[in-house]
Design a protein around this ligand. Structure first.
Ligand code: ADP
Ligand code: ADP
Length: 226
């Protein structure tokens, strides 16, 4: 489902964020991406979501080499991918319902269908009772669950999360990880960047370690643990 072949990424600043990364994630798999701050985790996720492009090597997502995806096709491609961030990126002036409905409205879905899908997504993250509230009224864990509901509302084949539990206490963090596990069980391929080692171990899924190679540059290499 996701394949990196000899992928390197150097930013225009000259910073080498990824160096010669090889990786394969099968359809239906769930894995954690870990490594020190600055190891390139966010960069790797961005390359999958077409938010940036590799400097060299190939990134293959759902059978397509991302380099060959035309610009006008990228919105459609991105609909296959649900992305979750540490700071949830919710719109504060819209209700929980409207935040989650947004991607479906952009697609032009009918109001009745939107309602059904949003409620189904809210149900899956256990927040059905909060649909009319505004993000400010929610706890940190609830906000993060709204972010997850929004990311999965159009049933993406791939779910990517960048430090989704970074701001949460351990119980809530564990809750969130189990929510991802549930979506993986429904069939989505899931890749989560996290440096919460305790929690990751507890999940008993594949762990991919990104590490900086010790050279004069901060090159990042990949060790593929299991
Ligand atoms: P991680 O998510 O593992 O902390 P990142 O992918 O954010 O790592 O960053 C990898 C390296 O690339 C770091 O050295 C970081 O400073 C650098 N980097 C990240 N984004 C940019 C950018 N837009 N421009 C320049 N350098 C960047
Ligand atoms: P429906 O087909 O009526 O949308 P489902 O029970 O199949 O009902 O899905 C309910 C909701 O679950 C979806 O609308 C979506 O919000 C959420 N969902 C997100 N990702 C997935 C997934 N991989 N598999 C199933 N449901 C998902």
């Amino acid at each position: 489902m996701i394949e990196f072949n000899a992928v390197s990424k150097q930013y225009p600043t000259g910073q080498l964020a990824l160096y010669n990364v090889n990786l394969k994630l099968n359809q239906g798999e769930m894995a954690f991406l870990t490594g020190h701050s600055g190891a390139g985790k966010s960069t790797l996720l961005k390359l999958i979501a077409l938010l940036d492009e590799p400097s060299s090597g190939e990134v293959i997502v759902a059978g397509q080499n991302t380099k060959t995806i035309k610009q006008r096709k990228t919105p459609a491609f991105r609909r296959n991918i649900g992305m979750i961030f540490q700071d949830h990126h919710l719109l504060l002036d819209r209700s929980v319902f409207d935040n989650i409905a947004l991607p479906l409205k952009i697609e032009g879905m009918r109001h009745q269908d939107i309602k059904r899908r949003v409620r189904a997504a809210l149900d899956k993250v256990n927040l059905l009772s909060k649909e009319d509230q505004f993000p400010m009224m929610l706890s940190a864990g609830e906000k993060q669950r709204v972010g997850i509901a929004r990311a999965v509302v159009n049933k993406p084949a791939i779910i990517l999360a960048d430090e989704p539990t970074g701001n949460l206490d351990p119980d809530l963090a564990s809750d969130i990880m189990h929510t991802f596990k549930q979506f993986n069980e429904y069939g989505s391929t899931v890749l989560i960047a996290s440096h919460d080692h305790e929690l990751i171990k507890e999940m008993k899924k594949r762990i991919i370690v990104l590490r900086k190679v010790k050279t004069t540059n901060t090159k990042a290499g990949l060790k593929n643990g299991r």
